[in-house]
Design a protein around this ligand. Sequence first.
Ligand SMILES: *[C@@H]1O[C@H](CO)[C@@H](O)[C@H](O)[C@H]1NC(C)=O
Ligand SMILES: *[C@@H]1O[C@H](CO)[C@@H](O)[C@H](O)[C@H]1NC(C)=O
Ligand SMILES: *[C@@H]1O[C@H](CO)[C@@H](O)[C@H](O)[C@H]1NC(C)=O
Ligand SMILES: *[C@@H]1O[C@H](CO)[C@@H](O)[C@H](O)[C@H]1NC(C)=O
Ligand SMILES: *[C@@H]1O[C@H](CO)[C@@H](O)[C@H](O)[C@H]1NC(C)=O
Ligand SMILES: *[C@@H]1O[C@H](CO)[C@@H](O)[C@H](O)[C@H]1NC(C)=O
Ligand SMILES: *[C@@H]1O[C@H](CO)[C@@H](O)[C@H](O)[C@H]1NC(C)=O
Ligand SMILES: *[C@@H]1O[C@H](CO)[C@@H](O)[C@H](O)[C@H]1NC(C)=O
Length: 759
Amino acid sequence: MLLLFTLVLFTFDFTISMPLLPEGNFVSADLTGISNIAKPGCQTKCGNLTVKYPFGIGEGCYLDDGFELTCNSTHYDPPKLFIGSGSIAIHNISDSEMRIFNTIAYACYDEAGVPDISDGWIQLKESYRTFSQKNKFTVIGCDDFVLMNGKLNEIDFVSGCLGLCSIESVVPNGNCSGIGCCQASIPKGLRYINSSFKTFGNHTSVMSLNPCSFAFLAEEGSFDFGGVNDLKDRKFNTRTNPIVPIVVDWVVGGEGSCSQATACKGNSSCNDVDTGGYRCSCKEGYEGNPYLDQGCQDINECEDKTNFPCYGFCTNTPGSYNCTCLHGYEGTDGKRADGCRHVAKDSKFSEVVISLVLVFGFLAILSGITGICFGIRKRKLNKLREKFFEKNGGEFLKQKLKAPGASDAVTMFSSEQLRKATDNYSEEQIIGRGGSGIVYKGILLDKRVVAIKKSKLVDGTQAEQFINEVLILTQIIHRNVVKLLGCCLEEEVPVLVYEFISNNTLFYHIHNRLGGMSWLSWENRLRVATEAATAFAYLHSQAAMPIIHRDVKSANILLDENYTTKVSDFGASRLVPLDHDQVTTLIQGTLGYLDPEYYHTSQLTDKSDVYSFGVVVAELLTGRKPICAGRTNEEKNLATYFVKSMNENRLFQIVEPRLLHEGTIEQLKAVAEIAKKCLNLLGENRPTMTQVAMELEGLRKFSTHPWVQRQETRDETKSLILEVEQSDLYGVPLIPNSTNEWESYSGSTGIVDQENIPR
Ligand SMILES: *[C@@H]1O[C@H](CO)[C@@H](O)[C@H](O)[C@H]1NC(C)=O
Ligand SMILES: *[C@@H]1O[C@H](CO)[C@@H](O)[C@H](O)[C@H]1NC(C)=O
Ligand SMILES: *[C@@H]1O[C@H](CO)[C@@H](O)[C@H](O)[C@H]1NC(C)=O
Ligand SMILES: *[C@@H]1O[C@H](CO)[C@@H](O)[C@H](O)[C@H]1NC(C)=O
Ligand SMILES: *[C@@H]1O[C@H](CO)[C@@H](O)[C@H](O)[C@H]1NC(C)=O
Ligand SMILES: *[C@@H]1O[C@H](CO)[C@@H](O)[C@H](O)[C@H]1NC(C)=O
Ligand SMILES: *[C@@H]1O[C@H](CO)[C@@H](O)[C@H](O)[C@H]1NC(C)=O
Ligand SMILES: *[C@@H]1O[C@H](CO)[C@@H](O)[C@H](O)[C@H]1NC(C)=O
């Protein structure tokens, strides 16, 4: 551990010294610094003043005439710098302003009041310089007002200041308050001033206090009024002149602006000056002389820690710099003193170890607990499943499946499989709620779409019978019967898995006003009726054990994507042992379809299905619901109403008007006759399902319909399209609400006598 620590320290030292290594940069930076001041070969110093381009001393060293300077070293020591070849001496020059030596105007009076005046006017070079507003026009005197004459854009400008005082004791020191000393602001853009003295009494009354008055421009703050001393001093001007400068703003480009700027070179920006002209300045992170051809150079901030602090590892970037924390430090901003924090390796290591140990320990305990809980839960769940499996006849089914010659068509689904397929029996997956259970849509892992029916609670004593039914139902393979794929016995109630039929129920297609009813032509109604009858006939005639559906109704007749009929829901079905014709059961079925004989006797025969089928056919013919609360007693029950109407020879008044266009009278009559026979109150007088199926089949085959070929069309979709076109030929409006409301548009058909419409 100790070795590791010293190693860390060592690398530390190394990284710290890193930024200091490239020493060569210092030299080159210094060199560029020199070349940044003036043009090559030009004088850059006058005394200890530095002359920077665009100013210059000597031919070709300045930008233009306005920036020519002369350095007089012959008469002055240290040498003195002058503007042009003229008389204005310069204190110093910065990037935007220069300080020049003052000129002080004065008026001195003798005992007789005769003045000696020196008008100290100053004219700055047009388009290059203006007096800065940092200056104040200052007047020192006790009996004077001094006019400041100037020129502002060639217009005369006059301002002034009043210097009054009579008693020595009231003159303050330091502040220029108006007593013996007066200061006034000057306007922006002033280039020329000339003072003219006016006096009230020729100083005769204040001679002892103030023989001379003075007027001058002074940088604010550079002049402290000396009080009575200044007022009495005849040499005030020579004393003040070298120490009180005038500030002068300088610009390039004269009257022009940045839009025409040519003076600003690389990596610099141009700034307009409101009194005319502009100045150039280096962009942020750049330094140098923006007026020289090479432009501004990137500042290597990493070499100037005082102006550009970096407490980590510094990297220069164009216009800026990056400062990242050194190894062993962490943080995001090395430019701030507190931007990088020292990381104590040792304590961090132990911290990490401790936290890791804690985390892993916690995880271990957690997983142990959950594992135990899960195990217990799983064991419980498994026990429960086994119990359900037993109760639902699972063992019995297993035995049956083991028996020689048994079908292997029954798939045993696990409860997990089905929960996954139905999203844990989610409400959203429900596609139907029947009397015998709830039907969910499910998607198995192999992407098969199935209908999963959770039965209602079943009596444990019926388990064997239920299994028998499952076994037989799985063996039923008929084109018009929904296929049972398998079951799951691990749930509290048995769950059956069927193939999924996508196109809703016949009930929906007959009675739902919104559904597209165009396909439900007479032709298709006849086909659906025939297919359903065939399916029921097949169930009734099962060799092993006839199956009575017990809940035949249009809601249990499904249609697949090709509108092929699929009989479904054997939830209530009963297998009838071959040696019995009938079974006594609890009454089950749906009101409106229920066989009255079965209802009264509780004796279940296959004729009960026939009666219910008769209701379905009546439904297909009339488009009416089997029970309609909104009608008179006589009409409430479709079965009785249908039979009554038939007996009274009023069939064509109750048939759905559209069918009168589409079917022949003979066909309609024949089908109605079949329905009537099915609806016979005595079961033994009803035809068998097989007879019904054959009769319907016959009607389809020997239809006298002029346009439709009677040949079987295998492709249901094709025949459907044909049907639609047929309807169009008849000009029948394909109004979707061709259901119970048939009365409402019967008038338009011109066939039904309005007087006879039952109300
Ligand atoms: C300029 O030089 C003079 C003497 O040569 C010196 O007294 C003065 O302090 C210097 N000024 C600056 C600003 O360096
Ligand atoms: C320096 O100043 C003096 C007096 O003002 C003047 O006579 C002389 O010509 C000047 N020298 C130069 C080189 O300007
Ligand atoms: C320029 O001179 C004035 C007065 O002589 C002084 O106060 C100021 O600091 C100087 N500026 C520079 C940049 O040297
Ligand atoms: C100048 O006047 C201000 C108030 O205007 C005052 O605070 C200050 O002390 C005065 N200074 C002197 C030197 O009298
Ligand atoms: C300055 O003003 C005085 C009197 O007001 C005048 O005589 C003189 O000619 C003026 N000087 C200039 C340069 O205008
Ligand atoms: C000031 O002096 C002038 C001439 O010297 C004279 O004409 C004038 O009257 C004097 N003014 C006063 C107020 O004494
Ligand atoms: C601006 O500065 C960058 C970095 O110093 C340099 O590469 C570039 O050439 C400069 N641009 C111009 C126009 O001089
Ligand atoms: C500087 O830092 C920024 C973000 O911190 C990064 O995106 C960039 O690449 C760095 N540049 C250099 C030259 O390291």
